[in-house]
Design a binder for this molecule. Structure first.
Ligand SMILES: [Zn+2]
Length: 227
C-alpha cells in the first residue's frame, strides 16, 4: 500500500490517498497509469505528484490514442538517478516510450508539444531513446524555468515536499511531510541556514536550495527521513 500525496492544483489543497501497486494513480483517466508504473524503480513508501501533472498525462495519453509505456517518473531526491534539481523528484515528470519505435516517440513528442499542457518537453536530440515531459511552472530560484521555485512561509505543493524531505533527512524536523510550509518548516530552514553560513531569512531561495540539494541528492535516506 503506497501513501500518495497529491497537490490539488484546482482547489489548492494537499490530499492523501492510499493505493495498492496495481491500482490507478489518483486523477488518472481509465487506469492508464498504475501506482507501480509511476514509482518505477523507486522504493519509497510515500509518493507525490500534482493533479495538474496527472491531467496533463490524461490529455497526452488520450490524444496519442495508444498505450504509452514508461520507465521513469517518481524518485525521492535522496534516491538520485536524475539531475540535482530534477522535476522527477516533484513527481510531475515522465520519461516515456523506451520500448517504442523512434517514429512512435516522435509522434508522442509532437502530441506532448502541441497540446501545450506540459511546462517542458525535452528536445528529442537530448533524449534519443525516450521522451521527457514535465509539468514545471514559474521561475526557478536560481533563474530560468529549470530548478526549484523560491519557497517561504505559506508556500504549498510538491516543491515544499522536496524541501521538507531534504530538511528531515539532514536532521532538521519539519514535524511531518505535508507539503505545507508552516512554522516548523520555517524554523528548520532558519536552523539549516545558520548551520551552513547562509543568510538567515527563513526563505528557501537559490543559495539554500543549492546547499541543501547538494547535501541530500543521491545520498540515500537517513535515520531521520520521514515518510
Ligand atoms: Zn526525465
Amino acid at each position: 500500500m503506497a501513501k500518495i500525496l497529491v497537490y490539488n492544483t484546482v482547489t489548492g489543497n494537499m490530499e492523501t490517498f492510499w493505493r495498492n501497486e496495481n491500482e490507478s494513480m489518483p486523477y488518472v483517466w481509465n487506469n492508464t497509469m498504475r501506482v507501480r508504473e509511476f514509482r518505477g524503480s523507486s522504493n519509497s513508501p510515500t509518493l507525490w505528484t500534482t493533479r495538474q501533472a496527472m491531467e496533463s498525462w490524461n490529455a497526452t495519453r488520450q490524444s496519442y490514442g495508444s498505450p504509452i509505456p514508461f520507465r521513469y517518473a517518481f524518485k525521492r531526491i535522496w534516491e538520485g538517478g536524475h539531475g540535482r534539481t530534477s522535476q522527477h523528484y516533484r513527481g510531475v515528470s515522465f520519461d516515456v516510450g523506451q520500448t517504442l519505435s523512434s517514429s512512435q516517440r516522435r509522434r508522442i513528442h509532437t502530441v506532448a508539444s502541441d497540446l501545450g499542457v506540459w511546462g517542458y518537453v525535452e528536445p528529442l536530440s537530448m533524449t534519443p531513446t525516450w521522451v521527457h515531459f514535465d509539468r514545471r511552472y514559474g521561475r526557478g530560484a536560481c533563474g530560468g524555468t529549470a530548478g526549484y521555485n523560491t519557497l517561504y512561509r505559506g508556500s504549498k505543493g510538491v516543491y515544499v515536499l522536496i524541501l521538507q524531505d531534504c530538511l528531515n533527512t539532514l536532521g532538521y524536523s519539519t514535524a511531518g511531510l505535508d507539503g505545507i510550509f508552516g512554522g516548523a518548516t520555517e524554523r528548520a530552514v532558519y536552523n539549516f541556514q545558520g548551520d551552513y553560513g547562509l543568510a538567515r531569512d527563513g526563505v528557501c531561495g537559490c543559495n539554500t536550495w543549492t546547499q541543501i540539494t547538494t547535501l541530500v541528492h543521491g545520498n540515500g535516506p537517513s535515520s531521520t527521513t520521514v515518510n
